[in-house]
Design a protein around this ligand. Structure first.
Ligand code: ADP
Ligand code: MG
Length: 251
């Protein structure tokens, strides 16, 4: 079983008269429990891919399965239900609600879950704030927290729904190196202990080195898949054939 399966997915954006081909024919399966990095330079399609996996956007062609469910077959309501139950998001810019405290930010995605009682909400807020080491800051608003602390709140918020997948789009890009490394370590500990699948994008080699699976992207295509082998990567390069290529690939 895969938590996410992407089957020949392409994504085009219309930009005035132009069409931007953001993703070309992406095929990928993500096993449960992995800590997967999507690497690639700016503009390579990382955010577009994460947004498709998170059902924030829809593919132009191809299919996406989350927990073996074809998401193209779901109504808008079913999609928001799927997001509310199964997917946690962590963003580069933290995206916390500034008027809410840390605890209220973590509680926020639980408010639309009719199946979770107020007592259970409180338990989860306390539990996940503790996991990210911020119990003492529960009542602080985001502007009373450092960047690293804000990202910790965002991690707790993503985990509060007990998602099967957490998607993190360049989660360390707005943090200094040391803080970024701490955030990555924390995500990895959570991945190990709670078995939550993490899919995160980055263009930072140090961050990539924390992952146990790797998808390398370039110009909207996957160029290599990697599996960690101790300190090194076993990389399987993908023979990519962009439309304007004559097929002469030297590998
Ligand atoms: P990355 O996250 O790797 O930097 P993106 O997924 O943001 O890459 O972008 C991939 C390509 O798609 C880029 O060429 C970008 O300009 C384009 N793109 C992304 N989103 C849109 C959009 N909403 N409208 C038009 N073009 C877009
Ligand atoms: Mg991006």
């Amino acid at each position: 079983m895969s938590v996410v399966r992407i089957d020949h997915v392409s994504k085009d954006f219309r930009l005035g008269e132009q069409t931007v081909h953001a993703l070309h024919d992406i095929t990928l399966a993500v096993e449960p429990g992995v800590f997967l990095a999507i690497s690639g330079p700016s503009g390579s399609g990382k955010t577009t891919l994460l947004n498709l996996i998170g059902c924030i956007d829809k593919p132009t062609r191809g299919k996406i399965f989350v927990n073996d469910q074809d998401v193209s077959a779901l109504s808008a309501n079913q999609l928001s239900d799927l997001r509310a139950h199964s997917i946690g998001f962590i963003f580069q810019t933290f995206n916390l609600l500034p008027v809410l405290s840390a605890a209220e930010n973590v509680e926020y995605p639980l408010l639309r879950r009719a199946d979770i009682t107020p007592e259970e909400r409180k338990r989860r807020v306390d539990y996940f704030l503790d996991i990210v080491g911020l119990s003492k800051y529960a009542n602080n608003r985001p502007n009373q927290l450092s960047g690293g602390q804000r990202q910790r709140v965002a991690i707790a918020r993503a985990l509060a729904v007990k998602p099967s997948i957490v998607l993190a789009d360049e989660p360390t890009a707005n943090l200094d190196k040391v803080t970024g490394r701490e955030i990555l370590k924390l995500m990895k500990q959570i991945n190990r202990h709670l078995k939550t699948t993490f899919i995160f994008s980055t263009h930072d080699q140090k961050v990539i080195d924390h992952a146990d699976r790797l998808v390398q992207m370039e110009d909207g295509s996957i160029t290599a898949f990697g599996v960690r082998n101790g300190k090194t990567w076993n990389l399987a390069r993908v023979r990519s054939l962009p439309e304007d290529d004559d097929g002469d690939v030297s590998e």
